[in-house]
Each structure stands twice: as structure tokens, then as C-alpha cells.
Ligand binder design. Sequence first.
Ligand SMILES: *[C@@H]1O[C@H](CO)[C@@H](O)[C@H](O)[C@H]1NC(C)=O
Ligand SMILES: *[C@@H]1O[C@H](CO)[C@@H](O)[C@H](O)[C@H]1NC(C)=O
Length: 295
Amino acid sequence: HLPVTAMGPGVRDWGRLLLTVTAVLTLPMRPPGSWGAQIIGGHEVTPHSRPYMASVKFQGQHNCGGFLLRARWVVSAAHCFSGRDPGTGLVVLGAHALHTVEATQQVFSISAVITHPDYQPTTHTSDICLLQLNSSATLGPAVGLLGLPRRGARPPRAGTRCKVAGWGSVSDFEELPPGLMEAEVRVLELDACNSSWKGQLSPAMLCTHSGDRRRRGFCSADSGGPLVCRNRAYGLVSFSGLWCGDPKTPDVYTQVSAFVTWIWDVIWRGQHGPQPRTTGGRQALSEPQQHRVHH
Ligand SMILES: *[C@@H]1O[C@H](CO)[C@@H](O)[C@H](O)[C@H]1NC(C)=O
Ligand SMILES: *[C@@H]1O[C@H](CO)[C@@H](O)[C@H](O)[C@H]1NC(C)=O
């Protein structure tokens, strides 16, 4: 079982593409649908009914999701930014059909990416980052905030119904969905999920499955998007198996409740602490690990 991050097209996707091609050549044909690379088994949401949803774009292309936590802060997955220059990234808020011109859209550049200091690309541990936008979003009907779990909150119990949304592409060839898609999934017990993943999971993760025989979950380019349970972000899309929605490799999220203190600390420091030095070029500072954008 090979973990595949749910990131959009990019350098790291060549591995996935290669695996897909290899799999096509070596595996028996799968029923249509198991190929789909959008939110799997979901539906298009009412436009702007999830006003906290953010799209992270690189080179004009949707790459990852995220959610708006404060007017100037978006939460996303750390792997979305590994090996990328955040200076080339944009955050789009207030979108429904990303590829069309929408008056509700607000576009921001990214002033800072604060990656969790314990993030490990190989194991996907602590796959979370905070994006500081270049200015504050204007909140309104199409752009709004999503709350975190309370400090010290436990992750939702197994069986809890939650929703995952994203603009993940609708095919392995980077087609976009008609609008924001969403699927209802159920929290899966971490032990069971860990067994499916051959013991590769760490404690600050959260898994979901469809809870029935249908395939439902996330796929390419949904990374960083929130898993919403009881109107709060309890998960961030992190990785899944080669086949999206495959019950053998349940969807894995970053367990947001384990990072609440870190998130508020970063935001507090961003607002009240000394401004990080702006030096030429990007730098990986420690504690917190930061990639500053060269202005
Ligand atoms: C923020 O970035 C966006 C996108 O690059 C740009 O259009 C906007 O003017 C910037 N806002 C400020 C206040 O610099
Ligand atoms: C997953 O299983 C492995 C191997 O048994 C174990 O080392 C690891 O701690 C487990 N992870 C979780 C989150 O329980």
C-alpha cells in the first residue's frame, strides 16, 4: 500500500502517474468510477455554501485545498508546499466554479507559509501548514471562516458522519469538476485504519471510509481541504491509496484537534510577535519552520 498524497498536478505527481500507468498495464481493468480523481462518490454543493473553502493555485492551476480560519490565515496541508516556491502560489476564496470568472472570488498571494516543525514528508506526520495571506479577506456571504475544534477536544468517534469537500480534478488528466464537490464520509477507528495501512500511521491522524459499499472520499488535488464534523474542521486531507476511495487504503487526514494549540500560537505570534526578517530569497527557518517569500 503506497501512500499517495492528494495533491494536484506537480512534480510529485509524476510518481503517481507512473504508478497509475504501471497499474493500468499490470492490473485487471477496474470498473469505471474507480478511476475518478475528484471527490469520490460526492456531489456538487450549492454555490458558496462552504464559504471557508480555499483553493491554492500554482502557475494558475488549482493544486490543493485549504480553509479560511481568520481573515488573513488559511490552514492547508504541509505537503502542498514541499519543494514549491510559495511566491508562485495564490489563494482563491469565494469560488464555486474555479475555472470561470466569478465576482465573488478574492485572490491573494501568500506572504508566509508556516509548516509544522515536525512535518515529515515520508511518513506524512504533522502534515499541516498555515498560510498568511498578503492582506485580509473581506468576509461576506461567499467568504467566511471555519472554526477549529476546541483546545483539548478529542477527535470525533468512529462512525461520526463528516463531510469532505474539494476541487480535485475529475480525471487523471487534470480536468476540473463543474464546481466545488463534497462527499459525506464516516470516521473510521484509527486502529483498524492503521492495520489497513500496515502499521504506517501515527497518532495525530484521522481516517474515514464510506461506511457502506460505495466508494466515497477524496482524491487528487483535494489535499489540505477540511474534514468538517459538527461544523468544525477536525481533519485536513493528507493522503490515500493509489485508487481513490479504495476501502483497502482508507483516506487519511491530519487530525486537526492535535494541532489546535500550535495553530493559535502561530497566529498569535504572526499578529503580535516580532515580524520575521525579510531577507533575500526563501529561507527555511526553524521554530517555526518558515518559507518567506521574496518580495
Ligand atoms: C495581494 O495579492 C493579490 C494577488 O497577487 C493582489 O492582486 C493584491 O493586490 C494584493 N493585495 C495587497 C494589499 O497587496
Ligand atoms: C500503527 O501500528 C504500528 C505497528 O503496530 C504502531 O507502531 C503504531 O504506533 C500504530 N499507530 C497508531 C496510530 O496506533
